[in-house]
Design a binder for this molecule. Structure first.
Ligand code: NDP
Length: 297
């Protein structure tokens, strides 16, 4: 079996290299390879699929710069919507199973109930609109697919909120962090492990195809997350300057892209269909901190 993995150097993609390796030969072309993995060039990407003829495509590549997308909507749309559409069209034609990732940002952030997979969408920003267009193209293509929406992704590798908070907490007396946006920090390692498990099941049952919410269990705010990060970092012996983390409403942080308040995703469907248990968000964050803050030997 052959898996075409796109975005293999991103947070999720890097973990997928590890988790998919026992399942199949994993081919991960770079953007500049002759057989390109460049999502900014959908026709060339389609040609790569035709030539490689994988059994499965796992697309972990995306335009993820949420604020920058507001001033680069064309490129964001090509990478997040047109490239997935192109992959889906080839997948439908060649009978390939497509695994793809999307985001809590497809929802409008209203209310406080965790979003279910078939709730109405209503993105607030360009990134969310382009990710939703990618989702819709995959569903409309008729290809076999597993589409996982996730949220607040972190990893020991790559840039993310957790690393930014630790950096600022080392350098500054106090931090201000948003306390009216709710969601679940989710580890790229968890996403990759669940993907491999789900893929193994889906390969023998097309009844499992569909859209799923793949997030860690529990809910916090960015402020609660920051407090937890700093508390665990201190327990692990890291010296931090910051003596206070001040809660502020999102309205006090002017960013080009508007963010949803309610990013809670209900993962009951994924747990039930695949017989998996998604652990509490704190467990994964503790592991990641132990890894990145371990004293070097
Ligand atoms: P990262 O930003 O860590 O990785 C994205 C990857 O896509 C990078 O390796 C990047 O390469 C690659 N990429 C960007 N443009 C292209 C291109 N034109 N051709 C090929 N590759 C490209 O993202 P994550 O791993 O965090 O995200 C994985 C998925 O999860 C995405 O679908 C994202 O939308 C979704 N998601 C992420 C969230 C988050 O908090 N990060 C939250 C919710 C959903 P390079 O590094 O070279 O630019």
């Amino acid at each position: 079996m052959k898996i075409l993995l796109l975005g293999a150097n991103g947070q999720v993609g890097w973990e997928l290299r590890r988790s998919l390796a026992p399942l199949a030969e994993v081919v991960a072309p770079g953007r500049h390879d002759a057989l390109t993995g460049d999502l900014a060039d959908p026709p060339a990407l389609a040609a790569t699929v035709r030539l490689l003829r994988p059994d499965v495509i796992v697309n972990a590549a995306a335009y993820t710069a949420v604020d920058k997308a507001e001033s680069e909507p064309g490129l964001a749309r090509t990478i997040n919507a047109e490239a997935p559409a192109s992959l889906a069209a080839e997948a439908a034609r060649l009978g390939i199973l497509l695994v793809h990732y999307s985001t809590d940002y497809v929802f409008d952030g209203s209310g406080d109930r965790p979003w279910q997979e078939d709730d109405p969408t209503g993105p607030l920003n360009v990134y969310g609109h382009t990710k939703l267009a990618g989702e819709n193209a995959i569903r409309e293509s008729g290809c076999r697919h597993l589409l996982f929406r996730t949220s607040w992704v972190y990893a020991s590798r790559g840039k993310n909120f957790a690393k930014t908070i630790l950096k600022f907490a080392r350098e500054r007396e106090f931090l201000t962090v948003v306390d009216d946006q709710f969601g679940a920090p989710t580890g790229a390692d968890l996403i990759a492990d669940v993907t491999a498990q789900a893929l193994r099941s889906a390969l023998s049952s097309s009844a499992l195809d569909g859209t799923y919410h793949l997030v860690a269990d529990g809910t916090t705010t960015w402020h609660g997350y920051a407090e937890f990060l700093c508390a665990v970092a201190r327990e692990l012996g890291t010296e931090l300057q910051a003596s206070e983390i001040r809660p502020v409403p999102g309205s006090e942080f002017k960013t080009p892209a508007q963010r949803p308040g309610n990013s809670r995703l209900d993962h009951a469907k994924l747990q039930e269909k695949f017989g998996l248990i998604l652990p509490d968000w704190k467990a994964g964050v503790e592991r990641m901190l132990a890894e990145i803050l371990a004293p070097s030997a």
